[in-house]
Design a protein around this ligand. Structure first.
Ligand code: HEC
Ligand code: HEC
Length: 374
């Protein structure tokens, strides 16, 4: 029997955001059959309600960005499972992004974040990066703290959450607590209500299509980077606003020849080893009906296009994973796989537990601010 290798999930595999070459290869060395096909509903995560309530308001509050125009929810939109429906993301005014905005549903389960997996510590650090990164929210944490301290609603919410007076550290605790509430539930897959076609698709997924060797576990990801040969999105290099963002990022990450590269190097930023060029994190496959366009650069519009991409052996790249090869699935089998993927989308997370009432930003300015105590 042909058995697909599976990389075992290991907590803390990516301790540092810039991984040493040794860590990546040792991750591959831990390959085992342990959690292949052990797939069930995503378990809800226990949260501190008061902290999550505070995090919810912060997530939707544009005052967290430099010019008070962008909130987390400008790019991570609840109706789109906290992605944005665009090929490539927007960015802080004056720039544009070079990556597809990922869903935040089940993000608390990830072992490393961003399409290249460069952030491997925790959601507290991811939150800091989103707020302070110039092309994202471009905010100075000290200014943010002073802004939210002026709003009596925050003063009250921070107290209730046991976080003392409004602080940047408190923001970075409360937002991750809110993110933990965003877990999938009630998909046809979880309820045992898949159509016959979707059920056949699941067998292919675990069997001859070989998908489960990377898309494993309850959230359908092994949290590892691979090269599948997804084509470049040339808009990144043609649109000056996107290009300048990518060049700045590449320079900051120490990429050689950053002015001239016309490739998103992916996980290479973590190791600077050529064999990691063009590797991207295996994404979760839950909530796909809400999250298109797909892949790290939004190149694919539909699930049908993705299945046809896999069926013909993926794209061209010297680092392509050997498991990405012609599958020779017939039209019905391809349809079954698409229907299976669709069965992994559950209830939208758009109710009042996930979205706050309108944020009232009208409040009395504090006179004699320098001497005020709160
Ligand atoms: C301007 C659009 C934009 C804003 C605003 C924004 N994000 Fe993001 N977010 C992105 C993009 C794009 C990525 C992927 C970046 C990459 O791969 O390099 C991302 C990635 C993430 C991830 C990692 C998800 C994963 O699975 O890897 C988390 C978590 C996240 N954002 C949370 C937040 C939070 C919390 C805020 C507000 C403090 C926020 N984002 C604001 C666009 C945005
Ligand atoms: C070698 C590991 C591997 C295998 C095998 C694999 N995938 Fe993937 N898959 C990935 C990676 C890595 C990405 C992200 C690529 C990128 O962003 O450029 C991805 C992306 C996807 C996406 C897009 C999700 C999104 O949110 O953008 C879908 C859908 C998908 N795969 C389904 C499948 C199916 C169905 C199969 C089996 C036919 C399969 N994959 C086999 C690693 C794999």
């Amino acid at each position: 029997m042909y058995i697909l290798p599976v990389v075992q999930k290991q907590h803390g595999l990516f301790k540092a955001s810039l991984l040493s070459a040794g860590v990546l290869s040792c991750a591959f060395a831990t390959a085992s059959l342990a959690d292949q096909a052990v797939q069930g509903p995503v378990k809800p995560i226990e949260v501190n309600q008061a902290k999550a309530e505070l995090g919810k308001r912060l997530f939707f509050d544009p005052r967290l960005s430099g010019d008070a125009e962008l909130s987390c929810s400008s790019c991570h939109i609840p109706e789109k499972a906290f992605s944005d429906g665009k090929e490539l993301s927007d960015a802080y005014p004056g720039s544009l992004g070079f990556r597809n905005t990922p869903t935040l549903v089940n993000t608390a389960y990830r072992k490393a974040w961003f399409h290249d997996g460069r952030q491997g510590t925790n959601l507290n650090d991811v939150t800091r990066e989103m707020i302070t990164e110039t092309y994202l929210m471009n905010m100075d944490m000290r200014l943010m703290q002073e802004r939210i301290k002026q709003d009596p609603v925050y003063v009250d919410l921070f107290k209730k959450a046991g976080l003392g007076e409004p602080s940047n550290g408190g923001v970075r605790k409360a937002i991750p607590e809110y993110l933990k509430t965003l877990t999938s539930h009630n998909s046809p897959f979880d309820k045992g209500e898949m159509s016959a076609s979707a059920a056949r698709g699941y067998e292919l997924f675990k069997g001859k299509a070989g998908c489960v060797s990377c898309h494993s576990g309850d959230t359908f990801t092994d949290d590892m980077p691979y090269n599948t040969g997804v084509p470049q999105n040339t808009t990144i290099y043609e649109d000056p606003l996107r290009h300048v963002t990518y060049v700045t990022y590449a320079k900051f990450m120490g990429i050689e020849n950053y002015m001239n590269i016309r490739e998103d190097v992916g996980a290479y930023v973590r190791t600077h080893r050529n064999e990691d060029k063009g590797k991207f994190m295996t994404p979760s496959l839950r909530e796909l009906t809400f999250t298109g366009p797909y892949m790290h650069n939004g190149t694919f519009e539909s699930l049908d296009a993705i299945i046809s991409f896999y069926n013909t052996g993926g794209g061209d790249h010297p680092n392509k994973d050997p498991r990405i090869k012609d599958l020779n699935l017939n039209a019905l089998e391809q349809k079954d796989l698409v229907n299976f993927l669709k069965s992994l989308s559950g209830d939208p997370l758009t109710g009042p537990e996930f979205v706050p009432e309108e944020i009232d930003t009208e409040y009395e300015a504090i006179t004699d601010w320098n001497n005020a105590v709160n």
